[in-house]
Write a protein that binds this ligand. Structure first.
Ligand code: CP
Ligand code: NVA
Length: 308
């Protein structure tokens, strides 16, 4: 069955327009409701998703694999250890071959350049399942979760506390596309690099030396691990450098009274977040994790079938 969509990829958040994102969020709600009502919805019958993992995963693998099956398709898992990808086959050659045998490819890897090169040589849509630079599927789920709980995110303030990593960069891109603000506080030496984050400008974010200032009056407070995958060698140093950047109850009090707390997970209680926050009443982390499933089903539907 030919795709109804011209070839599109989701390699970074800004690859979709505001209008397209709103479409995906609306479809996510419909797809979620069908799922909750045990209604079969198989638009991707006979389609095959290949998932390539060069880093570990629980949520991303599970949500893509379960999601593709729930849409009537099949998902195949490849990792670096058990495939020729780990033995030096050029990424361009892998893209040619894998994309001739599948309808959609999801990749979790290291540098963004790897996924960009794969996409340039792919006949089918490629989705970023996390790179060192970005994690667009995560922020799709996070914003959908915000909308479910509080309505539109436009004009709202998100406080990012901690490392200016792949998840932070993606929040910053999302702020430009969907017109909200991000207040970032990182330890010295870990500040946002706008070019690496792929930003058009600096209008939608502000950096704060003191994390309490970043959290003040925020609508949403969010953080992530201090040491991302691939940076394990820096762990000891980061534990020291980030010690004052824990999201705790006091920091949540600086935010708006109805502020939400999000974390992409996996979390380290007692490091980037206090147990009282992640396990507290303002935390929506389980909804956030579940919504990976629903938004990615909507994303796959959009990339393969266009607007339904
Ligand atoms: N948040 C997230 O991407 O989780 P996994 O690393 O478990 O996939
Ligand atoms: N920033 C984290 C996110 C994990 C889902 C990492 O890259 O390891």
């Amino acid at each position: 069955m030919p795709n109804r969509m011209p070839l599109r990829h989701f390699l970074q958040f800004k690859d979709l327009s505001r209008d397209e994102l709103n479409h995906v969020f609306a479809r996510s709600a419909w797809i979620k409701a069908q799922f909750k009502a045990y209604q079969r919805y198989w638009p991707l019958q006979d389609r095959t998703l290949v998932m390539i993992f060069e880093k570990a995963s629980t949520r991303t693998r599970l949500s893509f694999e379960a999601g593709m099956q729930q849409l009537g398709g099949t998902a195949i898992y490849l990792n670096t250890r058990d495939s020729q990808l780990g033995r030096g086959e050029p990424v361009e050659d892998a893209a040619q071959v894998i994309s001739r045998m599948s309808d959609l490819v999801m990749i979790r890897t290291f540098e963004q350049d790897i996924i960009d090169r794969f996409a340039r040589n792919s006949r089918v849509p490629v989705v970023n399942g996390l790179t060192n630079e970005y994690h667009p599927c995560q922020i799709l789920a996070d914003i959908y979760t915000y909308i479910e709980h509080r309505g539109s995110i436009q004009g709202k303030t998100v406080a990012w506390i901690g490392d200016s990593n792949n998840v932070c960069n993606t929040w910053l891109q999302a702020a430009e596309v969907l017109d909200f603000n991000v207040h970032v506080s990182t330890p010295p030496g870990y500040e946002v690099e706008p070019e690496r984050a792929g930003l058009y400008g600096t209008d939608h974010f502000e950096q704060f030396a003191d994390p309490m200032d970043a959290a003040r009056d925020a609508d949403l407070v969010t953080t992530d691990v201090w040491t991302s995958m691939g940076f394990e060698a820096e762990n000891e140093e980061r534990l020291r450098d980030f010690a004052d950047w824990q999201v705790d109850g006091e920091m949540m009090k600086a935010a708006k009274a109805d502020a939400l707390f999000m974390h992409c997970l996996p979390a380290h209680r007692g490091e980037e977040v206090a147990a009282e926050v992640i396990d507290g009443a303002q935390s929506v982390v389980w909804d956030e994790a579940e919504n990976r499933l629903h938004v990615q089903k909507a994303l796959m539907e959009f990339l393969l079938l266009g607007r339904l």
